[in-house]
Design a protein around this ligand. Structure first.
Ligand code: MG
Length: 407
């Protein structure tokens, strides 16, 4: 009998740094929002693992100053110049550099960092994210507009610059983990789940006249108001299908949505051999955030993995495209491609804001988006954007069209 020879253990990934290789430097765009605050919690749980180079936010200068101080950032940029005075006074005497405007946010994205977190809500997040990707930076993506508004351009730029994209949205993060580097050509179907939102069991008539408070009462996730309304209409799931199409290079016809009210399974992939690999986690954004921040390592997130025996049952049902026409509209925009998802997203932003302001009924949101797309098609305004500037031009035309239809 011969003794077993020791076998060298391969590391999980050649990018895994040696223990003690130092802190990962982060640039956090959207430091004051829901994702940014969860990032701060994960970072606080592993202070030896992360250092924050820069932070940025949309408009709240005072909150950004507090985030910059709490995270120990060197540079803070607020996109809206109106937020500069609050940022400056909040940082006075701290030595943290303050700046304002769109260019300052791009500068925050390009400060030396190992990972850029893209979590600024809205189209204002697109330019700095695109700049970071074009510079070859690793980017953790939570900003939807980057892929919905300009997905083909962003993915081409990432490939050209060798930038790694890490999906921070819970569904895409679960899919990314389930995919584990397997060949996209072996995928039969890629499915993201929807909790179904607060109106899952409501009638179409009742949904149409839902109040602001009812639409904001999401059963599973605590998120910002825009994405919460999109979760109630299932538009959010449609936007996520568009993101998945770009991120994972899977054609629209192989993408699907399944309603799963428990929000434990966030996504799953069926492969040609009949295997189904799913990504499970508790409905807590700290898990995908920690996964992206530490990738390819793992850190404590503060969340714990679901206890399946105590959950007892996980249920799944097909999404009702009649009751949730926003999802159907997004699926058709995905199939149409080009500038259609760009226009859909922009029109939806204006329509959701109008609902939140009490100007239109919940049921009117999707109609307004559909009429915007029709008007733009009739005017030949939905071209295939060849540059980010062209994508943003379609975005702004759609916003103006929707605003016009509201008047
Ligand atoms: Mg999501």
């Amino acid at each position: 009998m011969t003794a077993l020879k020791p076998v060298p253990v391969p590391s999980f990934d050649e990018r895994t740094p040696a223990p003690g290789a130092g802190q990962k430097r982060l640039a956090i765009l959207g430091a004051t929002g829901s994702i940014g605050r969860s990032c701060a919690q994960v970072i606080a749980g592993s202070p030896d693992r992360f250092a924050v180079a820069s932070v940025a936010s949309g408009r709240d200068g005072a909150a950004l100053a507090r985030a910059a101080l709490a995270l120990g950032a060197d540079f803070a940029a607020v996109a809206d110049p109106a937020g500069y005075a609050d940022l400056k006074s909040g940082l006075s005497g701290s030595g943290v550099e303050a700046a304002a405007g769109a260019d300052a946010v791009v500068e925050a994205a390009l400060r030396p960092a190992d990972l850029v977190v893209s979590a600024i809500v809205g189209a204002v997040g697109l330019a700095p994210t695109f700049a970071a990707i074009s510079a070859g930076r690793a980017v953790a993506l939570a900003n939807k507009e980057t892929l919905v508004c300009a997905g083909s351009l962003v993915m081409a730029a990432a490939q050209q610059a060798g930038a790694r994209l890490l999906p921070m949205d819970s569904e895409h993060n679960a899919i990314f983990q389930a995919l584990g580097g397997r060949d996209p050509a072996s995928i039969v179907r890629m499915t993201i789940t929807a909790s179904g939102g607060p109106f899952r069991q409501w009638s179409a008539e009742r949904i149409a006249s839902a109040t602001r408070a009812e639409a904001l009462a999401h059963p599973k996730w605590a998120m910002g108001p825009k994405v919460t309304i999109d979760s109630a209409s299932l538009m959010n799931k449609g936007l996520e299908l568009i993101e998945a199409h770009h991120l994972f290079a899977v054609p629209a016809e192989r993408l699907a949505v399944v309603v799963h009210p428990q929000s434990i399974v966030h996504g799953f992939i069926a492969f040609v051999d009949g295997s189904l690999i799913a990504g499970l986690a508790s409905p807590d954004m700290r898990t995908p955030i920690a996964h992206c921040l530490a990738y390819p390592e793992r850190v404590h997130s503060g969340a714990v993995a679901p206890d399946l025996a105590s959950l007892a049952s996980l249920t799944f049902e097909n999404a009702d495209l009649v009751k949730f026409p926003a999802l159907a509209l997004a699926i058709s925009a995905l199939a149409e491609g080009g500038g259609a998802p760009t226009a859909l997203n922009a029109a939806n932003e204006v329509a959701v804001a109008a609902f939140l302001d009490g100007r239109i009924a919940f049921g009117a949101i999707v109609g307004l988006v559909a009429r915007t797309l029709e008007a733009m098609r009739a005017a030949a305004e939905i071209s295939i954007p060849a540059t980010v500037a062209q994508a943003l031009a379609i975005h702004h035309i759609a916003r103006d069209r929707t605003t016009g239809l509201l008047a």
